[in-house]
Design a protein around this ligand. Structure first.
Ligand SMILES: [Zn+2]
Length: 389
């Protein structure tokens, strides 16, 4: 029996006191991806990236989810075997665009097989790299880093809202704005600036003013309130403002901020519990990250401050040096890039797959927190294309 029919059949018993949890049993692919996007908004991905739903219909019900770092032909086969219709992968299998689907490459074959078998592929890539609860947080946990900060905070992700609220309604409007996600700065929430002043207006025509009469100039004690919020929440914030504000026409200004967002960006930097000699640090790094080998520059000072970046992170070398990190742990360094350490920092290249492998744990944890009525499984298919001899 199809799952939708099965659910309808179960629901037919609800009149006899047999209730099922509708929201849980009817989770769609969109419900799952919305949950992931609340953690890592798609707008935080790099321009070159292709995170999001790559194949499949977002409105279909989820039978089961396979979580993987890479979506390969083997992972699609695994999903078919495990009766799962959604693959959540870190790396997007469709990355540089597809011009044909003839099965000539592993990318084409993977996509064809997924589409044929009605399997949705969802990728959560650089947006998950960029959130402070994402890929790098997991690496930091493994290495045991404290006092974490984003290494290269992103710009152009913040907005400011200024609005004017009748004094007696200020509490309601502000709590609606905060609930929608406005006013979070680092470890502080419900942040705003408020000042009392006089608002003036004359209602005309068919207006139905909350305060005052038609064609009569009004002067009302109002609060000018300012809040910051992440750009991707703009629609939610404006919705909350208009719903909670008593005026027919709500006056507000929106502006983009150039501030760096301390919560979002590439890489992280943090501190070890205690200073370590380089060899001890490398030994521990190799162990906790299951690395077969570490390519590193010459050790020259003890390690306390550690910069990290899952995946290819050589572009963060300057930031890591300016943040006074003793080591940059990342992957995919080219020969000449190692020279750029230049006696200022140690580079430790642990391998791309090795640096991101715990992203699977993170995704499974996040999904299991919310969804309990379908299987969420770690892919057992090995996807690291590299072996070490
Ligand atoms: Zn990667």
């Amino acid at each position: 029996m199809e799952i939708a029919k099965w659910i309808a059949w179960l629901r037919s018993f609800s009149n006899f006191g047999f209730k099922i949890n509708q929201s849980m049993t009817t989770a769609t692919i969109k419900d799952v991806t919305d949950h992931l996007e609340a953690l890592a908004p798609p707008s935080y991905q790099e321009e070159y990236d292709n995170s999001g739903l790559l194949t499949g219909n977002a409105n279909e019900l989820v039978r089961g989810v396979v979580v993987t770092l890479d979506c390969t032909e083997g992972v699609v086969e695994e999903a078919i075997r495990e009766n799962c219709n959604l693959i959540v992968a870190h790396h997007p299998i469709i990355f540089r665009g597809l011009k044909k689907l003839t099965g000539q490459t592993y990318v084409e074959r993977t996509v064809i097989n997924a589409v044929k078998n009605n399997i949705a592929i969802y990728s959560i890539h650089t947006n998950l790299d960029h959130v402070h609860t994402g890929v790098n947080r997991k690496i930091a946990e493994k290495i045991g880093l404290k006092n974490l900060k984003i290494l290269q905070p992103k710009q152009d992700t913040l907005m400011k809202l200024v609005t004017f609220i009748p004094r007696e309604n200020t509490g309601d409007v502000m709590s609606a704005l905060h609930k929608a996600g406005a006013g979070n700065i680092g470890n502080y929430k419900n942040c705003s600036f408020q000042v009392i002043g006089d608002g003036t207006f004359t209602a005309t025509g068919d207006a139905q003013p909350h305060i005052g009469q038609i064609n009569q100039q009004e002067r009302v004690e109002e609060v000018r309130a300012e809040v910051m919020f992440p750009k991707h929440l703009t629609n939610a914030i404006l919705g909350a403002l208009k719903k909670s504000h008593p005026y027919e026409e709500v006056a507000y200004y929106l502006s983009s901020l150039e501030n760096k967002n301390q919560e979002v960006g590439a890489g992280m930097v943090g501190e070890l519990e205690r200073e370590m000699e380089p060899i001890e640090f490398l030994g521990r790094l190799k162990k906790v990250m299951n690395a077969s080998s570490i390519r590193h520059t010459a050790p020259f000072r003890n390690i306390k401050r550690v910069a990290i970046c899952g995946g290819a992170g050589s572009f963060l070398l300057k930031s890591a040096i300016s943040q006074k990190a003793d080591v940059l742990v990342s992957s995919d360094f080219k020969y000449h890039e190692f020279f750029d350490a230049d006696g200022k920092i140690m580079i430790a290249d642990i391998g791309h797959y090795e640096s991101e492998q715990f992203t699977k744990d993170l995704l499974v944890e996040v999904l299991k927190e919310k969804f309990t009525t379908f299987a969420i499984i770690f892919s057992k298919t090995g996807t690291n294309p590299l072996s070490y001899f």
